[in-house]
Design a protein around this ligand. Structure first.
Ligand code: NAD
Ligand code: UD1
Length: 339
């Protein structure tokens, strides 16, 4: 297939490029580089020996998308592009609604004009809010009492996609609800490169391990979990990349949502201990107040993805720590200054 990846230069997109090329697909990337750089794709090219066509532009600009659709026979789109900071979305909600909803609508309109019927969308476990039961299943209610605009954009986009698929029986759409993506490609050449202070636990721990930050603040120590700290379902980014390829190859007419996670939970202290073991570095931490909007625990029921997509994770938390450490220690300041 010839696949367009919107936001394909970013963290998850760049790893998915690798996996799609490995499976023999052709890819085109559209990215405005607002949270990434050309360097990630240059390194994907270096690893795979394949050239990637990169269009630098904004997905909300119809001319940019038209240029791609009118010059290439795109079979399917994987839509990663969007803004993803929960804290920024609370400060600037309109920017989040404008970018995430506006660019998705623009993409859907162009797909309709050019008769492109296959779409895989980056959704998030955040749509479950505070889960009413664990593990979270795809048929649980979504979009209820979400704590931030970022999460609401994901839930609203899923609703839009469902309506679009209902109106056009030829459309095949999968919304992939990622749990907590972590790690890097095993080569250590590509990985997560946050432009600002990381909000997420894993890149924060990596930066403490390499000495860029003094210690981790553990948000909350009194949750009803194994050790009082928050529990999440961490998934290696290459397992996630394989999940995209499996979803794309499986797509059926209609709208479907799939949890992509490992199905297991790990606490913040367990993650810190695993990273410390693998990196052989001390990772100082303090237990501080809970972060507003956080839930005690979240992990996935992955039986639907396993049944339909024939996909499950194969990499452990330890392997994710090893690969993240390979990336972080070879690229202490990310892609910048590493040519
Ligand atoms: P990322 O920021 O690394 O990648 C997103 C990419 O989209 C970036 O390269 C950015 O430059 C590009 N982009 C943003 N707005 C654009 C626009 N209007 N036009 C063109 N390009 C644009 O983020 P990621 O971690 O790779 O996440 C990819 C997707 O997965 C996002 O939609 C995110 O919300 C979703 N997601 C991520 C996580 C996570 O923990 N990383 C969890 C759940 C869902
Ligand atoms: C967060 C977002 C979620 C988003 C996801 C991926 C919130 C409330 N949720 O999920 O919407 O889809 O990132 O981008 O922000 N932790 C610490 N110290 C830190 C950072 C995190 O203790 O410095 C803890 C958190 O309390 C949580 C766990 O680590 O228990 C994981 O946090 P994080 O990586 O931010 O992911 P989520 O909160 O699951």
């Amino acid at each position: 297939m010839l696949i367009l990846l919107t936001g394909g230069a970013g963290y998850i997109g760049s790893h998915t490029c690798l996996e799609l090329i490995r499976r023999g697909h052709e890819i085109v990337v559209l990215d405005n580089l607002s949270n990434s750089s050309r360097e990630s794709l240059r390194r994907v090219q270096e690893i795979t020996g394949h050239t990637i066509a990169l269009h630098v532009g904004d997905l909300a600009d119809p001319e940019v998308v038209r240029e791609i659709f009118s010059t290439r026979r795109i079979d399917a789109v994987i839509h990663f592009a969007g803004l993803k900071s929960v804290s920024e979305s609370l400060r600037n909600p309109l920017k989040y609604y404008q970018t995430n909803l506006g660019s998705t609508l623009a993409l859907l309109q162009q797909m309709e004009s050019y008769g492109i019927k296959k779409l895989v969308f980056s959704s998030s476990a955040t749509v479950y809010g505070d889960p009413c039961g664990l593990p979270s299943k795809e048929d649980s209610p979504i979009g209820i009492a979400l704590s931030n605009p970022y999460g609401r954009t994901k839930s609203m986009i899923e609703q839009i996609l469902q309506d679009a698929a209902f109106a056009d029986p030829l459309l095949s759409i999968a919304a992939l609800r990622y749990f907590n993506p972590i790690g890097a490609h095993e080569s250590g050449r590509i990985g997560e490169d946050p432009k600002q202070e990381p909000n997420n636990l894993f890149p924060y721990i990596s930066q403490v391990a390499i000495g860029l930050r003094p210690k981790v603040s553990v948000f909350g120590g009194n949750y009803p979990t194994i050790d009082g700290t928050g529990v999440r379902d961490y998934i290696h980014v290459m397992d996630l990349a394989e999940g995209h390829a499996a979803a794309l190859e499986y797509l059926k007419p209609g709208f479907d949502a799939y949890n992509l996670g490992s199905g297991c939970g790990a606490s913040v202290l367990e993650v810190i201990a695993a990273f410390s073991r693998v990196s052989k570095s001390a990772i100082p931490y303090d237990i501080v107040a809970e972060r507003p909007g956080d839930v005690a625990a979240s992990y996935a029921d992955v039986s639907k993805a396993s049944r339909d997509l024939k996909w499950t994770t194969s990499r452990s938390l330890e392997v994710a720590c090893r690969d993240a450490w390979a990336w972080q220690s070879a690229n202490p300041t990310g892609y910048v200054d590493n040519g």
